[in-house]
Ligand binder design. Structure first.
Ligand code: FE2
Length: 121
């Protein structure tokens, strides 16, 4: 589970580096798409796992996923329309990064503990 998050952090760091280095629009946009895809896959695999073990806080956890996914979709759309580098940088640095940190501590860690306690894997 942690590795998946590290992959997300790696994609976000790549995006921030690209902004620093004035990379081209297409390449940056592609990586932003990659981040969205990665988040979608990651969240749905967590949700499957929570269903499988009948995790009591599934709805709350899923709602947190849906919220950030919608915000990221919106940020991506704004980027495509406006190409505003400051705006997308602010989103990555001040929204997604702190969200990830907070979500891991508040939701993913307790979920992982629960899964381990029922699955003994
Ligand atoms: Fe999660």
């Amino acid at each position: 589970m942690n590795e998946v998050h590290l992959e997300e952090v790696a994609i976000i760091n790549t995006l921030l580096e690209q902004l620093d280095n004035k990379m081209n629009f297409e390449l940056f946009s592609k990586n932003l798409q990659k981040l969205l895809e990665h988040m979608k896959d990651h969240f749905s695999s967590e949700e499957e796992l929570m269903k499988e073990v009948q995790y009591p806080s599934l709805q709350m956890h899923k709602a947190d996923h849906d919220k950030v996914l919608n915000q990221t979709r919106y940020a991506e759309m704004q980027w495509r329309n406006k190409k505003d580098e400051d705006e997308i940088r602010e989103y990555l640095e001040e929204n997604i990064m702190p969200w990830l940190d907070q979500h891991i501590k508040a939701m993913d860690v307790p979920m992982a503990d629960f899964v381990l306690s029922v699955k003994h894997i």
